[in-house]
Design a protein around this ligand. Structure first.
Ligand code: HEM
Ligand code: HEM
Length: 210
């Protein structure tokens, strides 16, 4: 939020690392995925598939680790404060988020002038970030359902039957990629809407005082 200091306590180094791993994997997966979908230059399919099969495990392990870490790592739970508490508190409804969802939406729709001061994460931020968890696992599920070594497994085959065959599963996998691309564009824009200080802390672990 504008005018709020960005402290290391809010984003401990371990979460700077998980964000980096996530971003790098996403770039690798989207790039190789695009190539697998439509090989826009010749002779790269082996590498593209290898890249995809490597990054898909890394992103799942990284996400699972991030979830476990939410229960063990302490982070600042208030904007601009160095006071820490277990990170999971940032992801549950907090007193400071109350009745702010519609106000935040109004602000983004230019129906409200002042920004909404909230907890470390605003209500909209919480919902969007949390939504990426089931979405990433769903992407993994649809991916394993079209992956040779795992597609015959009952757990994945059942889903493939449900959606009407592997081609439909492939289309769902492709569609979810676009959801991630749109999410990332909006997220990167809104995160830096006032200044680049939020990015300085999440990428370079550099503190700023406003
Ligand atoms: C999270 C775990 C993931 C798994 C297990 C997975 C698995 C796979 C597999 C097995 C294929 C087929 C490759 C082949 O047979 O050559 C594939 C294709 C693809 N993947 Fe993933 N993937 C994952 C995540 C992602 C992500 C995050 C994206 C995009 C952001 C993505 C985008 C794509 C695209 C665009 C294709 C090509 C689909 C098509 O042919 O239309 N994947 N993936
Ligand atoms: C150009 C790419 C990106 C930029 C500039 C960016 C920027 C940021 C910033 C500044 C924050 C801190 C927000 C705050 O505390 O106010 C953040 C956090 C976060 N971002 Fe990104 N991000 C990018 C890519 C992604 C991608 C690809 C994903 C997932 C698909 C993602 C998911 C998240 C999540 C879940 C958090 C919360 C971090 C945590 O507490 O562990 N970001 N991002």
């Amino acid at each position: 939020m504008a005018g709020q200091p960005h402290y290391r306590e809010a984003h401990p180094l371990v979460f700077v690392m998980t964000h980096w791993v996530n971003l790098i994997c996403m770039i690798m997966l989207a790039f190789s995925g695009f190539y697998i979908h439509f090989p826009f230059f010749p002779g790269f399919m082996g590498v593209a598939r290898g890249m995809h099969f490597f990054a898909m495990y890394v992103i799942i392990i990284n996400l699972t680790f991030r979830i476990v870490a939410a229960f063990t790592v302490k982070t600042a739970t208030d904007l601009g404060s160095r006071e820490v508490d277990t990170d999971i508190k940032n992801w549950l409804p907090q007193e400071k988020n109350k009745h702010q969802f519609f106000e935040t939406v109004k602000y983004y729709l230019f129906l409200r002038k002042e920004g909404v001061i909230s907890a470390k994460y605003g209500s909209l931020q919480k919902m969007a970030y949390l939504a990426t968890i089931p979405l990433t696992y769903l992407q993994a599920y649809t991916g394993f359902a079209i992956y040779g070594p795992t597609m015959k497994g009952g757990f994945f085959a059942a889903g493939t039957t449900l959606v009407g065959g592997p081609m439909n599963m492939r289309i769902i996998h492709y569609f979810i990629m676009w959801v991630f691309i749109v999410f990332t564009m909006i997220h990167a824009y809104l995160a830096n809407i006032y200044n680049f200080n939020p990015s300085k802390i999440i990428f370079a672990w550099k503190e700023t005082d406003h």
